[in-house]
Design a protein around this ligand. Structure first.
Ligand code: HEC
Length: 164
């Protein structure tokens, strides 16, 4: 199975793993709720030769940016939301409690992209499943890359998905 150690060898992800630390991955993230969003329905992020032209543009951009992490694509993806953040996530009303509350879980890569809210402001980080922070300084695993998409008009207070 592909783990983060081999991932780091991918040219796309050859970036220094140092980070401004906003928070750590809560121990109970495995108990967060898997929610049914458009991306969760796709089930997996495909490789670069997949035809994703029918998807909304932010999803196409997501595939283009992450498809070559491994040849067949990043693979299985789930959107996880903590119980305390579920109402905010469901209603898209910006009322996120402080702390790490939502994750894009790429289980085939053993990686979580995590959003932490601090007084309503989203902070983006990347962790291994063991809680080691691997947010990069630049490139697709940097907080700047996350913010580029997560400030899209289709996203609300850093939340891009919606429960369907
Ligand atoms: C190319 C665009 C793009 C980039 C870059 C991106 N995301 Fe996302 N992200 C999305 C989209 C679109 C969704 C919602 C998909 C869905 O659930 O239907 C999403 C969902 C998420 C979610 C689930 C909560 C939510 O917002 O619905 C988290 C957490 C997340 N991303 C964190 C990150 C982090 C951390 C980074 C940077 C390492 C990042 N994302 C980079 C597009 C992007």
């Amino acid at each position: 199975m592909f783990r983060i150690a081999s991932l780091a060898l991918s040219p796309l992800l050859l970036v220094a793993a140092a980070a401004v630390s906003a928070g750590s991955l809560p121990d109970d993230w495995r108990e967060w709720r898997a929610v049914d969003t458009p991306l969760a329905r796709i089930g997996a992020l495909p490789g670069c030769d997949a035809d994703v032209s029918s998807l909304p543009s932010i999803y196409q951009r997501t595939v283009y940016l992450y498809c070559d992490v491994r040849p067949e694509g990043p693979g299985e993806v789930r959107v996880l939301v903590s119980d305390s953040a579920l109402p905010a996530y469901h209603f898209r009303n910006r009322n996120f409690p402080d702390g790490a509350q939502a994750a894009l879980h790429l289980s085939d890569l053993g990686m979580l992209m995590v959003t932490t809210w601090e007084e309503g402001t989203p902070v983006y980080q990347v962790f291994t499943e063991d809680g080691e922070e691997i947010t990069a300084d630049d490139g697709p695993l940097s907080a700047g890359a996350c913010a580029e998409c997560h400030t899209d008009p289709s996203c609300v207070a850093g939340q891009c998905g919606r429960i369907e």
